[in-house]
Write a protein that binds this ligand. Sequence first.
Ligand code: 6PG
Length: 252
Amino acid sequence: MKPEILIVDDAAAVAHAAAADFARHCRRSVAEHSACSVALAGGSTPAGMYALLATNAALRDAVPWEHLHFFWGDERHVPPDHPDSNYRMAHEALLSRVPVAENRVHRIAGENPDAQRAAEDYEQTLRAYFALPAGVFPRLDLVLLGLGSDGHTASLFPATPALAEGERLVVANPVARLHADRITLTVPVLNHAARVVFVVSGRGKAAALQAVLEGAHLPERYPAQLIAPVSGSLAWIVDRDAAHLLGGQSAA
Ligand code: 6PG
């Protein structure tokens, strides 16, 4: 399925469009199977979207919060109260401000000193929630992703071992450039989602976005190119600054 590419004016418009898409798709998932499982993106871009979902009455009221379960696409190898924690960002911006019970929030235990053990534990969390037989990938209803200026997404960084993982659901991924391990959902899990939405904002992402969407297929260099849902939809919600190198965009 060809990706939807929505180019909007600025970061605030990205946040609003992504929040509206979130509400729409969660309602659709609940209508179809009385539940909606969401994997949240980390980093800074989604924070505006998360805050809107918590504070904009029209958007907040459009989300069937009581039917949602929250997961993460990836986590830094830090405790949940660490400034770099993706859980902490989402908890502060969204989860502490909307009616979601704690047992519906499934964070990655970044505090575990053994990152691979944290990955294995999270894999069991996914297998238990989705009641997965061995060898079956979960179908998350919605996966939110960001894009790094180097073309990474989740914690799938260029030339790292996680890119080749085809069986496990979650791995610890050593990222030499960061001198750190990350814990990340693997490509097959992301590609089994019902819907994947990238949110991208800012001129700093323009070169990576153009390379991912229009460049040669070089997934080791641009891991976001690996994201192609096998039987789901893919959308890119980006602002003009991030999109300005895309073909057909004005040079502005
Ligand atoms: C993370 C994210 C990562 C992020 C990109 C973009 O843990 O950081 O999973 O993939 O989405 O690095 O980050 P920004 O939104 O901060 O630019």
